[in-house]
Design a binder for this molecule. Structure first.
Ligand SMILES: CC(C)(COP(=O)(O)OP(=O)(O)OC[C@H]1O[C@@H](n2cnc3c(N)ncnc32)[C@H](O)[C@@H]1OP(=O)(O)O)[C@@H](O)C(=O)NCCC(=O)NCCS
Length: 187
């Protein structure tokens, strides 16, 4: 049985750290915004209970070391502005999935690029992953830009995979291999 602890990581402008019960209000602010869940098959959160439940699930995951769930905190202000997760681990195959979101007031400042760089570095170097997968809505240009900057490659296209806010939505499958990551680090 492999274990996947969630440590605290620091970057130039961010602290990636385990979520705590005190983060409920900040987390609610992020995921109650329709712009943030625009391309997800989930509705915006409508009460703080959604945040409390998500944090309770994260705390279970930390105890079991079954998933890596970081809150993204701005080093300058201490505000918790988003999350980045490594989840759905397949230990035998050294593979997992990646998810991330930032509060919309913080978009376009390079924070996702910085947070994903740190989380993926942890995944490949400390957790010894071989492959990380992401699937995104083809209309989600900012998300595609961040994944491609990390070295993810487009691997597939699945039409009408999700029901997203009243309509069927397609998926682009992305994959990042350890050898792409290592090659990117060398250049
Ligand atoms: C996707 C997301 C995390 C990006 O966060 P961010 O901090 O704004 O990302 P960054 O600033 O690091 O980089 C965004 C890049 O996308 C580019 N971009 C933004 N909107 C774009 C669009 N519509 N089309 C193409 N590129 C776009 C930006 O120009 C930037 O590239 P640049 O630095 O070369 O200019 C953020 O938009 C978000 O949380 N969205 C909602 C949740 C979500 O969709 N999560 C991912 C899906 S699983």
């Amino acid at each position: 049985m492999s274990s996947y602890p969630t440590p605290t990581l620091t970057t130039k402008r961010l602290t990636l750290r385990p979520l705590a019960p005190d983060d409920a209000a900040d987390l609610f602010a992020v995921f109650s915004d329709p712009a943030v869940v625009r391309y997800w098959s989930a509705e915006p959160w409508t009460s703080i209970a959604f945040a409390e439940n998500a944090i309770a699930r994260a705390l279970d995951g930390y105890r079991e070391q079954s998933e890596v769930r970081f809150g993204i905190e701005l080093a300058e202000t201490g505000a918790m502005v988003g999350t980045v997760n490594l989840h759905h681990f397949f230990p035998q195959n050294r593979r997992c999935e990646l998810g991330y979101a930032l509060g919309s007031p913080h978009w376009g400042k390079g924070y996702a690029t910085e947070a994903l760089q740190a989380a993926l570095d942890y995944g490949f170097h400390e957790l010894r992953l071989n492959r990380v997968e992401a699937d995104i809505d083809p209309r989600n240009g900012a998300s595609a830009a961040v994944l491609e900057r990390m070295g993810f490659r487009k691997e597939g296209y699945m039409p009408e995979r999700w029901f997203v806010h009243g309509e069927m939505a397609d998926t682009i499958n992305y994959g990042l291999l350890r050898r792409y990551w290592d090659a990117r680090e060398r250049t």
